[in-house]
Ligand binder design. Structure first.
Ligand code: GRF
Length: 224
């Protein structure tokens, strides 16, 4: 059950990372530019050496490491993660390249304020190796999705998507790089909609209030 989000005056945002942290960096750049009424107040990683931790340090943001290898099962890892996030209960928890599956208790605790960025146009290509699989299928459109997290992996209500046309000469690396650049634009936009209280969830579908809508995108462009 995902409750509707209400307006939060200055949202406290926790970001969970496992690696490089480029989406975290994009979020922080957007915050600095005043792109959303919120602030990243903490960064938590399940990997001690994650690049995202260094980015947080550079910005003077509190960090914590909850190493999944130190816990005997998912429940205890999830509880430690929640303990690291609390007690300053954030308004929004962003999974930005966080590579652990979270259990139902954790997901329920943050229901309606837990979002993930995934490098495909869901429901196509949930899981790993999304760019490789899209190329193998000859997909013409590919992209990224920000969605609310539910107990089932990569299937929660979709908040926003950004798409690009796959080029004939794309390989996995070039496609990943171009999708990543889209991620860096999509995630701050979705965070803004959340912080502005513009997301309404009805029957598992998200409505973004006060937006003109995306229009239509084709690949290749039809006028050429
Ligand atoms: C991104 O592609 C994200 O969609 C996926 O993992 C990657 C993380 O990249 N879940 P970064 O750590 O934000 O640079």
């Amino acid at each position: 059950m995902i409750p509707d989000t209400g307006r939060v005056s200055l949202a406290r945002i926790a970001v969970l990372v496992s690696g490089r942290g480029s989406n975290l960096g994009a979020l922080l750049a957007a915050e600095r530019a005043g792109a959303f009424p919120g602030s990243v107040t903490q960064v938590v990683s399940n990997r001690p050496g994650a690049g995202g931790l260094a980015i947080a340090d550079d910005h003077g943001i509190a960090t914590a490491v909850v190493d999944h290898r130190s816990y005997p099962d998912r429940e205890r890892f999830d509880d430690a993660l929640a303990a690291a996030i609390g007690p300053g209960e954030p308004d929004l928890v962003v999974l930005a390249g966080f590579m652990r599956v979270l259990g139902r208790r954790f997901v329920d605790r943050y229901a309606g304020r837990l979002v993930n960025i995934h490098p495909s146009l869901l429901p196509s290509y949930p899981g790993l190796h999304t760019h490789r699989r899209a190329l193998a299928d000859g997909a013409k459109l590919h992209g990224c999705t920000v969605h609310f997290v539910t107990a089932d992996v990569d299937v929660g209500p979709i908040i926003g998507q950004a798409a690009l046309g796959v080029r004939d000469d794309d390989d996995e690396d070039s496609l990943a790089a171009r999708v990543l650049a889209l991620e860096h634009r999509l995630l701050p936009a979705c965070v803004r909609w959340f912080c502005e209280g513009r997301l309404v969830v009805e029957n598992g579908r998200v409505r973004v209030l006060d937006t003109a809508g995306p229009g239509e995108i084709y690949s290749p462009p039809l006028d050429r």
